[in-house]
Design a binder for this molecule. Structure first.
Ligand code: ECB
Length: 137
């Protein structure tokens, strides 16, 4: 059983968000704003049902899904695309495949050294983010 992803997590590093956003087709103006954001993840779980909230003082994004059950995702406030998503466990990684206009799109979350790790990928670009558990938990 992998370590729980649940909790409130604050971003401590963010590598190549720019490349990921360019691959998604985000405008230079929005990219400049997004690069400055301190992102927070709030992850809740009930059985196989997950809710992942990404928050910032600019925009928020929430996705909810059941592991192993394909769903329609609308990336509202990100690149505003409709994708067909599927989240599965691959070893200790919670992996999401997002099928749509962009090739090789998805993300993976895992716990390592008490930190929440995230890789966001799109068309060969990989953004790597690390989050530490919020001190108030
Ligand atoms: C929601 C806060 C980010 C707002 C940035 C606004 C516009 C930039 C548009 C696209 C940039 C793409 C990603 C920004 C970085 C993170 C946002 C959520 C990434 C994501 O898909 O997280 C997954 C895995 O935790 C769950 O949705």
């Amino acid at each position: 059983m992998p370590a729980s992803l649940c909790g409130t997590w604050d971003m401590i590093s963010n590598v190549n968000l720019e490349g990921y956003m360019i691959a998604l087709g985000i405008s230079p103006f929005i990219r400049k704003i997004a690069l400055r954001l301190k992102l927070r993840k709030v992850i809740e779980q009930q059985g196989d049902q997950y809710i992942i909230k990404t928050t910032s003082n600019f925009r928020n994004y929430t996705v909810s899904f059941r592991v192993g059950q394909e769903f329609q995702e609308f990336t509202q406030g990100l690149d505003n695309k409709h994708v067909k998503s599927l989240v599965t466990w691959e070893g200790n990684k919670l992996v999401c495949e997002q099928i749509g206009e962009k090739k090789n799109r998805g993300w993976a979350h895992w716990i390592e050294d008490d930190k929440l790790h995230l890789e966001l990928y799109c068309e060969g670009e990989v953004c790597k983010q690390v989050f530490k558990k919020n001190a108030n938990e």
